[in-house]
Design a protein around this ligand. Structure first.
Ligand SMILES: [Zn+2]
Length: 227
């Protein structure tokens, strides 16, 4: 009851700037949305900073991020709300916006299934949802491509990546994921924010391990710039 009341109160103001939303706005005011820098990567899926972050590590068909993620920016506030403030609706809302952008290009052509980066089931139970799954759900709703949370599973609990650096991040997530079902020949791997890319790399390698000829594209909502 209190949770529900909180949601209604919080959801009537912008998650990034706290301004009261107009009747047309949802979750984030139009001003804040316009201030967050879009990457446009989906228009050149094999020639962008995110793609090059994975180049040579595993075969990748294309990579896209809707926004650049800057620490202390408006988008960071939105991501924090999505991850820590019981606000799954932001994820599906931004996922829907994301799909509309992606559909302006050929990025989603040929993709048969959307696979969100999984949380370990204990973490998902504690948070009540998986933010990557919410984004996948939004993309699915607009694009019509089905999403599956049963294909890829996080079998091992991992520590949070936020405080880890480089190799420690990779050691933390390497081998943490396993494929549980037959996969179609082309999938879209979805996450919230990419920093080093270790988690997505571990997921992609699990998919390739299970299905060596699989075609993978990556779509994250945000990408941290190299500092
Ligand atoms: Zn705002």
């Amino acid at each position: 009851m209190i949770k529900e009341l909180n949601r209604i109160i919080f959801d009537s103001s912008c998650y990034a700037c706290n301004r009261t939303l107009s009747i047309q706005e949802r979750h984030i005011c139009y001003y804040c949305l316009a201030q967050i820098e879009e990457t446009g990567f989906h228009h050149f899926p094999q020639n962008n900073e995110l793609y090059f972050r994975f180049a040579g590590k595993f075969p990748l068909e294309g990579a896209s991020s809707l926004y650049f993620y800057d620490k202390a920016g408006r988008f960071q506030k939105i991501i924090q709300a999505l991850k820590y403030k019981e606000s799954p609706q932001i994820g599906s809302y931004l996922g829907m916006n994301y799909a509309e952008s992606l559909l302006e290009s050929s990025f989603l052509d040929g993709i048969r299934e959307i696979v969100p980066v999984p949380l370990h089931w204990t973490k998902r139970a504690r948070r009540g949802y998986n933010q990557a799954e919410q984004i996948a759900k939004g993309i699915s709703k607009i694009s019509g491509i089905p999403y599956s949370i049963r294909s890829l599973i996080r079998k091992r609990r991992t520590q949070t990546q936020a405080k880890k650096k480089g190799d420690a991040r990779w050691r933390n997530v390497s081998g943490a994921f396993v494929v549980k079902r037959d996969l179609p020949d082309s999938v879209l791997l979805v996450d919230d924010v990419v920093t080093t890319g270790s988690t997505l790399e571990a997921c992609a390698k699990a998919l390739i391990n299970a299905s060596p000829n699989i075609k993978i594209k990556i779509a994250s909502l945000g990408m941290a710039r190299r500092s």
